[in-house]
Ligand binder design. Structure first.
Ligand code: ADP
Ligand code: MG
Length: 266
């Protein structure tokens, strides 16, 4: 299977401290992968970089030629990233998944409207089109955001803790949608905490604690030794101690470049 998305020695730092450290590997086209690791492991940072929203400081993230553009990646942020105080209606939020066809202020009609209605039906939210999103429960809002992902129709779908704070029914319904994306042949990556859910539903797992601990079949990756290593890694890595000593990159970024070599300045 070709890779939908490749991580090549990816390091991402905030203020010089790497949150993701030299991570390499590939998400195969059509794979269904869970990203797991302790809090602060860099999971959200990595996902955001894969979505093109966070800059990679070292290494690269490469996409399959045919899926190459970022608009072909659908991304659901942790805690949704939707401001529920802003008076948006359900129809408008779902329509954002098709903004390239509609344009910022275009009318939502025709084939796009049909697609939006079908997506709302798939998440059991038909009839809610005119509701303001601040009137929705957490579960209903997440259903609406999944409808937006359905409308976006992307070959790569990235989900950051999509089941946080959701009840069992909503979780089951949204898991079914993830399975339908997998059945379509899309590449799906989700940051998750519930290891039982990972074992039951996600064939592949990427386990990280700033560094990659393991990446492969879920049954192998979630072996006890690996989990212990992930936990130990997260405890050992203090933000203040986590300098990356690859010459010139992170130090330079942080304004602390030491310019050791004469060749630095030619
Ligand atoms: P996870 O999603 O695995 O909990 P994150 O990617 O959110 O981890 O965070 C990884 C590390 O990067 C943490 O130490 C966190 O405090 C830090 N971090 C995350 N986002 C930012 C940011 N915008 N600015 C500075 N530090 C950040
Ligand atoms: Mg996170």
């Amino acid at each position: 299977m070709p890779a939908a998305l490749k991580l090549i020695d990816v390091t991402i730092a905030y203020h010089g401290h790497p949150a993701v450290h030299h991570v390499s590997g590939a998400f195969e086209k059509g794979s269904l992968t869970a990203i797991v690791g302790p809090n602060g492991a860099g999971k959200s940072t990595l996902l955001s970089a894969m979505a093109g929203l966070t800059r990679v400081n070292q290494g690269a993230i490469e996409f399959d030629q045919t899926d190459a553009q970022h608009h072909q990646i659908a991304f659901l942020r942790q805690l949704s990233g939707i401001n529920q105080d802003f008076p948006l209606r359900v129809l408008e939020v779902v329509a954002m998944g098709a903004w390239q066809e509609i344009g910022a202020w275009g009318a939502i009609k025709g084939a796009v409207l049909t697609r939006i209605e079908a997506a709302l039906a798939q998440v059991a939210m038909e009839g809610f089109e005119d509701r303001l999103i601040d009137e929705l429960s957490v579960g209903q809002l997440q259903r609406v955001l999944f409808a937006r992902l359905i409308v976006q129709d992307a070959p790569i779908i990235l989900l950051d803790e999509p089941f946080n704070a959701l009840d069992a029914t909503t979780t089951t319904d949204l898991l079914k949608i993830i399975h339908s994306w997998h059945a379509d042949g899309r590449t799906v990556v989700a940051v998750l905490h519930d290891l039982q859910m990972v074992k039951d539903h996600f064939p592949r797992t990427l386990l990280m604690a700033r560094e990659l601990i393991d990446w492969g079949n879920t049954v192998d990756v979630l072996a006890t030794a690996n989990l212990a290593r992930a936990q130990a890694n997260s405890l050992a890595w203090q933000d203040t101690a986590s300098w990356c000593h690859v010459p010139g990159t992170l130090e330079a970024m942080n304004g602390k470049s030491h310019h050791h070599g004469a060749h630095d300045h030619g």
